[in-house]
Structure formats: C-alpha cells, structure tokens
Design a protein around this ligand. Sequence first.
Ligand code: CP
Ligand code: NVA
Length: 308
Amino acid sequence: MKDFLAISDYSSDEIQDLLDVAVKLKKEYFEKGNEPILKGRVLGMIFQKPSLRTRVSFDMAMRHCGGDALYLSPNEIGLGKRESIADIARVLSGYVQALMARTFDHAHVLELAQWSDIPVINGLSDYNHPCQGMADALTIIEKFGSKSKGLNISYVGDGNNVTVSLMHVSALLGWNVTVGTPEGYDLNPRAVAIAEDIAQRTGSRLTFVRDPHQAVKGAHVIYTDTWTSMGQEEETARREQVFPPYQVNAKLVSEADKDVIVMHCLPAHRNHELTDEVADGEHSVIFQQAHNRLHAQKAIIARLFGVA
Ligand code: CP
Ligand code: NVA
C-alpha cells in the first residue's frame, strides 16, 4: 500500500506484520541503535493543529534511522487556503520523500494522498488517528503478550477519532471492544459499520452502551480521551456538563478486571476525563503508550519505504 491513512485499509495479517516490525525496531533501538535504513529520506510534516507526541516522535523516528524531518506549520502552508491541496501535494512530492499530515477534515488527508507521488501518513484527522491506534496495540501486546487473544478493550467517554482507530485495530486483532458514550456523542456510524464488517471475519465482539460502569465490566483495558477534541473548543462548557459520569477514576477502575491497564492517548486533562490518582497509579501505562508512538511509527515509515 502507498499510504497509511486508516488502520481499516489493512488486513489483520498486515497489521500484525507492522506490529512485529515495531517490536523488532524497538528492540534494536535499545540494544544498539537503529540501522540507518532511512538515510537520505526526509519526512515533510504538515500540521493544521498543535502536537507534542506526533511532531516529536515522527521527527525522532526519522533521525534514529538516519533520515530527517521538516515541520510545516499551519501558517506557512495555508492548506487549501493559500494554495490548493492538490498543488501542495504535487510540489512537496518533488522536495521530500514522504508526508505526514494532521488535518481537521479527513477529506484533506485523503486529497493529499490522492495527489502525492510519495507516501502520505495520517497524523490525526477529525475521523481517526491510526498512528495512535498502532502504538496502542503495541502497548497492549507488550502488557498482555501471548495472552492477548480475546482481550476486552473498553473505551469510555467521547466517541472520537482516537476511538475509531482503537476500535479498528482491536477488531482486526480479534479483541472484544466495548464503547461507553453518552447520547449525542456516539461513534461515527461509518466507522462502526467498518468495525462490524471486520469483527465478522475475526470473531471480535463489539458492544455499544451508555452506562460507563457496564462498559468497564470485565475490561482488561480501560481507555479514555479528552472530552473536547481539537476544533471543538466552543463546545467545552456543554461537554464538561455531560461527561463527568464517564470520568476514569479509582472507583471505575475497581469495577474492571483486577489486572486492567488504563490508557490515554494524551494530552490528558487531569481530573476531568482521568484522575491524577489513576493517571499516576499502578494500572496506568500512559507514558509507555506515548513512547510507543516512536516505535510504531518507525515501523509504518519503514514498511511504506519497503526498507524493513
Ligand atoms: N496523542 C497525540 O497524538 O498527541 P499530540 O497531539 O501531542 O501529537
Ligand atoms: N481526540 C483528541 C486526540 C488528541 C491526540 C483530539 O482530536 O484533539
């Protein structure tokens, strides 16, 4: 495949293969440093929204493997405003060897891919966050190892871009997914239909509930994310009223499996969707998860270039 735009564009075997490459590159990095498999390659990084993890982990992934990265800020590019997306894609295809884009509209990342001659990686859109989903799966596999078949993954909170990629990767890997959202904040129905199609093939079980307590029953993973995603800031006051029953706190965690891990893509709004006590407690894997962005993305880039 030319691009990495959605986890659901890949088969279970392809996702498992990417995760195997990530494990190998992570081991190599800590044992002796990575080989310069990306030497002479530059990743152009288009950002329409802020970022800590995505920006730094992609930049460092390129550097660790002998390549380089170029940050292009919203003001510089003016995606679709100063210049058409099709023209930007065709110009950058002659300057850099791959593109990573963080956009508002998912159609914009698709349009970049359509017009680029080079691989395009989705670094988060309003629809999904596939690089996050890969790092999440890597973390879950590291924690549960060979016992990872049949795991129960529970997401509570806003049905958003991060949830879509978590649901798709989980369904592809045969994990059961329960999503607990308040009314009006459900997952994108198109993403749910895709997940249901995958689940039919892999035997994964998908459940959608309103009650956060029901959502975490028997959970091996509890996952949450911000109640207000980037671009929804004007809805913050309303969302702060709706979401408190979905807070991941010690009481909710105590209702899950005793060995449950707690995940969050970060940035976290502490004591809103996730309490300090849980974020810094024994079940939390949030920093391991953030660090795994680096390793998962190295695998994605290496596979797109055909060098791993
Ligand atoms: N999780 C994540 O994508 O973080 P950033 O927004 O900081 O990149
Ligand atoms: N759902 C969040 C994820 C941030 C990494 C957002 O889109 O803002």
